[in-house]
Each structure stands twice: as structure tokens, then as C-alpha cells.
Ligand binder design. Structure first.
Ligand code: AMP
Ligand code: MN
Ligand code: MN
Ligand code: MN
Length: 286
């Protein structure tokens, strides 16, 4: 796959083995360095366990590391991801919240395993957990295990047949309300940014309702440029950000060289007139 954009010097959304990425924080940072990205955020799902290792590498490689997290939440029965940037990972309110989500994930993994067993696929929970390589077990790990064991041809089939909403091994998500996630991020001194808004398939009207509630809760930004939404979303999300007085963020949503198509730093710049979320943190790129 070719990448039309020159490398962005900043990439504020990526995953490591601490969630469903496939690289250790150390290997990830080396790849970030090689890609020419100078400012990055590690935003693992629902935990910050990778940040300590990432911080060591950031110093060694002269990369500016923005401490981040991607919180799984819910709004109007829909899964919504909130990226928290510039967070203090030591904050108790944030960590208390995240540990609730991790407990839900543990329970959900057992349920998914039970449902797969009912569908004739035994031992999936142990398999996914072994695949995870860290405490966080997600549907991506089940998906990779199902493919590795030959139950599915690829991730699309795994989600389409078993793991996706309404499928055989789907456990209705019981994430925390979106507004609570925003509250935890703000409590930890962070900036709350709506992740990949183009991926939720909301109508323009619904997206505006979501954003109004998001702003009322203290959310300030939108991922205007994301490796996990259509490139064409950038323009209308930029317009929305300007209209609503929200800041913009850019993030590849990189999970690993063999996962999806996202590549580190391959992002267009924010559209004209959209204030970057990093300006407010005193980061000035030139
Ligand atoms: P979870 O947070 O455990 O419910 O898993 C959601 C994660 O699974 C997302 O963040 C994606 O990384 C991945 N994912 C969701 N849908 C798909 C899909 N259709 N194909 C592949 N990966 C997916
Ligand atoms: Mn993921
Ligand atoms: Mn996400
Ligand atoms: Mn992500």
C-alpha cells in the first residue's frame, strides 16, 4: 500500500504490546524514530503499563513522548474511544477508572471463551490470553488466535463471524459512559480527544449531538486526521472542529507492521484554521 503523505513529525495515537499492538514499547519507539516522527503519543487501550518503558526509549532516541491512553467508553449504546493526551499516568482517579475497565475486560474474555466453546471452539480464552503478551485481553487477541488456529482465514472473518456486534461470540459491551472517560482524563490533567470520529458511522446530526455532550463533559478535541478512518473524513472533521471551537489531533492508530494498513507518521497535516491540540501543551513544530 502506498502512502501519499510525507511523514508527519507528530503522531499522537499508537499501540504497543501493553494492549493490542504487536510490538514492545521499545521496538515501537525504535520504529517511530526510524520513521522520522519526533513527537509521539503511546495510547494503549485502557491502560498505561507501556509508558514507563516508552519513556526510557524516548530519552535515548530524543523523541518527545506524550503520555496517553485510549479509553473504551460508550455513548448511546455505541462503543466510543476517547484518547487522553498529556495525562499524568500516576493519577488515582484515572487509574481507578482504568482498572474497572480492565476488570470488565477480564470478565468479558471469559464470556467470549464460553461462547466460542459453545460454537465448537474450545480453549479460546487461554489462547487469546497467551497471545496477548500483557494483562490486556481484547477481541483483537481472540481474532489473531482464531486465525492462527485455522478457525478463520483472516481478521475480517473472525470479526464478521464471531467477534463483531451481534455475532456468535459477541458479548454486549458494557463500557463506562463517554462522559466518565472524559472526566478521568481531565482529572489526570489530560486533554480528551474523540478518537477516529469517522469510524462510528454516525449521521452528521448524531455526531454533532455526541460532540455537544463530549464538550459539555470537558472534551476538547477531535482526531481530524486518523489512520483508521477514511482519508476523505479529514475535510468535514476539520470544518466541524472549526465550527465547534475544538482542537484537532492527528494519529496513525498504528498497531504493528503486520496489523492493518496504518503506518507510523503517514498522516496529512491538520486542515488550515484547525488549532492543534499540542499547541496548548506548548509543543511547536516547524
Ligand atoms: P475491544 O476493545 O477488545 O472490543 O477490541 C476492539 C479492537 O478490535 C479495535 O480497537 C480494533 O483494534 C479491533 N477491531 C475492531 N473491529 C475489527 C475488525 N472488523 N477487524 C479487525 N480488527 C477489528
Ligand atoms: Mn486496537
Ligand atoms: Mn480506537
Ligand atoms: Mn487505537
Amino acid at each position: 500500500m502506498s502512502h501519499p503523505n510525507p511523514v508527519s513529525p507528530i503522531d499522537l495515537h499508537m499501540h504497543s504490546l501493553a494492549s493490542d499492538g504487536t510490538m514492545t514499547p521499545t521496538d515501537l519507539m525504535q520504529r517511530v524514530h526510524a520513521a522520522g516522527v519526533r513527537v509521539m503519543a503511546l495510547t494503549d487501550h485502557d491502560n498505561t503499563a507501556g509508558l514507563a518503558e516508552a519513556r526510557v526509549q524516548a530519552a535515548a532516541l530524543d523523541i518527545q513522548l506524550v503520555p496517553g491512553v485510549e479509553v473504551s467508553s460508550e455513548w448511546s449504546s455505541q462503543g466510543i474511544h476517547i484518547v487522553g493526551l498529556f495525562i499524568d499516568p500516576a493519577n488515582n482517579i484515572l487509574q481507578g477508572g482504568l482498572s474497572r475497565i480492565m476488570a470488565f475486560r477480564d470478565w468479558r474474555a471469559l464470556e467470549i471463551g464460553r461462547l466460542l466453546e459453545g460454537a465448537g471452539i474450545p480453549d479460546a480464552e487461554a489462547g487469546a490470553r497467551a497471545m496477548a503478551g500483557s494483562r490486556m485481553v481484547g477481541r483483537s487477541h481472540f481474532s489473531r488466535w482464531l486465525v492462527r488456529e485455522g478457525y478463520c482465514a483472516d481478521g475480517n472473518e473472525a470479526f464478521g463471524k464471531y467477534l463483531g456486534r451481534g455475532c456468535k461470540a459477541y458479548v454486549p459491551s458494557d463500557w463506562i459512559p463517554m462522559t466518565e472517560a472524559v472526566g478521568w482524563i481531565n482529572a489526570a490533567g489530560g486533554s480528551a480527544v474523540l478518537a477516529h470520529p469517522g469510524r462510528y458511522k454516525l449521521s452528521g446530526t448524531r455526531l454533532r449531538v455526541l460532540l455537544t455532550e463530549f464538550q459539555d463533559a470537558g472534551g476538547i478535541g477531535l482526531e481530524v486526521c486518523s489512520g483508521s478512518q477514511a482519508a476523505g473524513d479529514r475535510e468535514h472533521l476539520g470544518r466541524l472542529a472549526r465550527q465547534l471551537g475544538m482542537v484537532g489531533s492527528v494519529g496513525s492508530d498504528f498497531h504493528g507492521p503486520d496489523v492493518g494498513h496504518a503506518a507510523i507518521g503517514h498522516l496529512p497535516p491538520l486542515p488550515d484554521g484547525v488549532e492543534p491540540v499540542w499547541d496548548r501543551a506548548g509543543i511547536h513544530l516547524h
